[in-house]
Design a protein around this ligand. Structure first.
Ligand code: GDP
Ligand code: IMO
Ligand code: MG
Length: 423
């Protein structure tokens, strides 16, 4: 069966670790949206790998990894990632990695525009500065440059000319930024095309044909449901559909070929960047969890904001993604906390919100209705079977399960490969 791992909070749920484990039972792993704003961590033995564009299954050389058409690819960042993996002994052949010819390319002016826009905004988003928003804007605005365009000098020339024509004026007149030199960008990107040519193909056909031959595919979500441009805490979101719909539009695989959806959550909540976060901790608890959970962004190194588990949020995520299973990651970070809280509703101006409210005013100012649950003193890190977890940890999991309405199948109790319980 083909299945999807989707983040059900604000990203960094531990998708990378989960994908690394789940990918052993599939043939192909594919990223369907986002770009190198993502940072997916996989720890094998003493080695830590952080993937930004390449699917987290790449450490299994017999498997194929695909960067789907819905992803925005910064070729410079991708080549660095490929070279890094080659240095660490992976062959990185075109059997191992395939890139959609239709994936849009992050250009240097996208990165700079991302940063310039942020500096001008009063309500900052706190983007990763990787050019993701401007690149998707150009895609939808029909100005974008695709991977396949990097392989055709004539097409690249004409598209880049058009783009710089418009953008150089914006850069110089609106932002007082220097203009881009056509020749320089053109040569640089043709060169990227030459280097990446071997990996570029029609991945939609590749995936569909593989599925028709009974190959198993795992779809790797980046970001999370509340960073989704349609369903998230807009405008404090990313520019793609991290949720389930992004799988079909971002790979060309129809919904009839997708079986299961695994929603990944942390046992608590984190968020990087700006925007509402109803269950955010106060300073002291924030510092404690950040330290225990090493909550610093994998891409930008920024400290992550931390808070209690929010069942209002996750129940909504489970609904819109059609979650079949829940994966609860980082349970071990809650070890030793006397009393735990789970948000069950919000309250604002006398009104109770049991379902996720989309009004920024409510999200930013609501008081939170919590349930408290007794914590556990024991370490959960050694547990490999559900029954080996402390009683209160099981109570916590079962309460989450009940509130979200989805069965918890995976429980992660440490960052290493084997620190997982499959129920
Ligand atoms: P992703 O973006 O969803 O792939 O998540 P990140 O890799 O950005 O962040 C998750 C972090 O938590 C990484 O540093 C992982 O190594 C780590 N991690 C994953 N699962 C666990 C776990 O069960 N326990 C602990 N302590 N760390 C974990
Ligand atoms: P993974 O895949 C957490 C956040 C940024 C910012 C907002 C918009 O590792 O879970 P962008 O650069 O995308 O325009 O920034 O989205 N963000 C993430 N937060 N995990 C991620 O990816 C993220 N990718 C983007 O911090 O708030
Ligand atoms: Mg991450």
């Amino acid at each position: 069966m083909n299945f999807v791992v989707v983040g059900a909070q604000w990203g960094d749920e531990g998708k990378g670790k989960l994908i690394d484990i789940l990918s052993q039972d599939v043939d192909i792993t594919v990223r369907y949206q986002g770009g190198n704003n993502a940072g997916h961590t996989v720890i094998v033995g003493q080695k830590e790998y952080i993937f930004h564009l390449i699917p987290s299954a790449i450490l299994r050389p017999s498997k194929t990894c695909v960067i789907g058409n819905g992803v925005v690819v910064d070729p410079k960042a991708l080549l660095e990632e490929i070279d890094g993996l080659k240095k660490r002994g992976l062959p990185m052949t075109n059997r191992q990695l395939k890139i959609s010819c239709n994936a849009h390319v992050v250009m240097p002016y996208h990165r700079i525009m991302d940063q310039l826009r942020e500096t001008k905004r009063a309500n900052k988003i706190g983007t990763t500065g990787r050019g993701i928003g401007p690149c998707y804007s150009d895609k939808i605005g029909r100005m974008g440059i695709r991977m396949i365009d990097l392989l055709n000098p004539l097409v690249l020339k004409s598209k880049l000319k058009d783009n710089l024509n418009e953008k150089n004026d914006i850069f110089s007149k609106v932002y007082g930024h220097q203009r881009y030199d056509f020749k320089k960008v053109y040569t640089e990107y043709l060169n990227y095309g030459r280097k990446l040519k071997t990996y570029i193909c029609d991945t939609s056909l590749f995936l569909n044909e593989a599925i028709d031959r009974n190959k198993k595919v795992l779809f790797e979500g980046a970001q999370g449901t509340f960073l989704d441009v349609d369903f998230g805490t807009y405008p404090f979101v990313t520019s793609s559909n991290a949720t389930i719909g992004g799988v079909c539009s971002g790979t060309g695989v129809p919904p009839t070929k997708i079986g299961k959806v695994i929603a990944a959550v942390k046992a608590y909540t984190t968020r990087v960047g700006e925007g509402p976060f109803p269950t955010e901790f106060k300073q002291k608890m924030n510092d404690m969890i950040r330290y225990k959970g090493h909550e610093f962004g994998s891409t930008t190194g920024r400290p992550r904001r931390c808070g209690w588990f929010d069942s209002v949020l996750v129940r909504y995520a489970a609904t819109i993604n059609g979650a079949s299973d829940l994966a609860i990651m980082k349970l071990d970070v809650l070890d030793g906390i006397e009393t735990l809280k789970i948000a069950v509703a919000y309250k604002y101006k006398g009104e109770i919100y049991k379902d996720f409210p989309h009004d920024l005013e409510v999200l930013s100012n609501a008081s939170i209705i919590y349930e408290t649950i007794e914590g556990w003193h024991e370490s959960t890190r050694q547990a490999r079977q559900y029954r080996q977890l402390p009683l209160n940890a099981r109570r916590y999991i079962e309460r989450v399960e009940k509130l979200v309405g989805v069965k918890v199948k995976y429980i992660s109790v440490g960052s290493k490969r084997d620190e997982i319980i499959v129920r």
